[in-house]
Design a protein. Structure first.
Length: 133
């Protein structure tokens, strides 16, 4: 039981690092879309709809990547650990994959919200001027 908790905590630390790295990468994309968001806002897109649009895109793509790589890990990487770490296959059950995925989702939701709110709360004029780099 103690080993399971240690692995979950270690996984959570890695997930936080991954989420922050993913946000840093996505920040570049958001900065390139400032002018587009300014046009959306001028045409009537509310801050809430803009935030929802970006959050859906970010979380949707991140969760698809998580599912793909969890399947790849389970199918191709885990068989190599059977002889080395005898308890490893017992730890990675569907329940633990769901727990790790839920932690990843929550961490991404928090970091993405901070990232997107910083951009969405700017006025269309400010977004437009910053988009002309």
């Amino acid at each position: 039981i103690r080993a399971n908790r240690t692995l979950i905590v270690a996984g959570a630390v890695v997930l936080v690092c991954v989420a922050i790295n993913y946000c840093i990468l996505y920040r570049v994309i958001l900065e390139k879309r400032r002018k587009t968001m300014a046009v959306f806002r001028i045409c009537g897109c509310t801050k809430w709809k803009g935030m929802l649009m970006y959050e859906t895109e970010l979380l949707g793509s991140a969760m698809v990547v998580y599912v793909i790589f969890a399947c790849i890990y389970n199918r191709f990487v885990m068989p190599h650990f059977n002889g080395i770490l005898e308890y490893m296959p017992d730890f990675y059950t569907k329940k633990n994959y769901l727990i790790i995925g839920a932690m990843y989702f929550v961490i991404l939701l928090i970091t993405y919200t901070i990232l997107v709110v910083g951009m969405i709360r700017k006025t269309p004029l400010t977004l437009s001027k910053e988009g002309e780099l």
